[in-house]
Design a protein around this ligand. Sequence first.
Ligand SMILES: [Zn+2]
Length: 278
Amino acid sequence: MNMPALRKKAGTTVNANIAAKTRKKVNKKTPTKVAAIKSKNPTPARTSKSSKVKVANKLLASLSAAEFRRLLPHLEPIGLMFGDVLFEPGSAINYVYFPNDSLVSMLTVVDDRLALEVGLVGCEGMVGVAFSLGITTSPVRAVVQGAGTAMRMKAALFRKALNANGTLQKSVNLYIHAFMAQVSQTAACNRFHVVEARLARWLLMTRDRVDADHFELTHEFLGRMLGVRRVGVTKAANALKQQNLIEYSRGNIVIMNGRGLEAASCSCYKTLRDAQPF
Ligand SMILES: [Zn+2]
């Protein structure tokens, strides 16, 4: 799938990604093969004794210690590359994914050619939620928009874990509710709110999901995510730049004033942030 946009900072081996400068001083190198995940979120995070992999995913972090220990042997650290398609509409869900610092976009495909983002998944959730509802095929296209790491689990083992009556089912249910809220809010947002406010919302949601204030992305990419033409994105980005809320130059976007950007965002950002269970 050709969807250039969120570009990896120079010096990394993947061709595109979110994030380089983060709010905290962190190791900016994103491993393509996950040997050791350096979490940008020191808490909540859990460390596998066997693989020394830190798990920054908040859904996993919400589990009881006993439940997490049960899952751990089945959680496989994986590097996700920009443009990786985890699911196509109708494809089998063989794995579920728990992003650590990667970002995955859920796209609804229309007429086999048009795709619009309806949801964004990062460290706050999981990809493949339909499986927990007994659905074995994906309703959406899931594309990696920000390279990074995730933990994945075989769907069959995930099903067993759900049926074990532990805390996993409760956490997944809470996340499904939040994700449904995101999808429905996004639909209303696309219809009622202006591009500038939607762009502010998207940047803030991305920031929260990858814990980074600095992204590399193109207007073309943003247009696809927001469902507007490139010229509309340019106008909106310039407006935010003139208010000193973001810096924008040659595909680099830096959030300069997070509070100001929240004020410029539509109400959807706060609504969705407040709905986050983790
Ligand atoms: Zn909105």
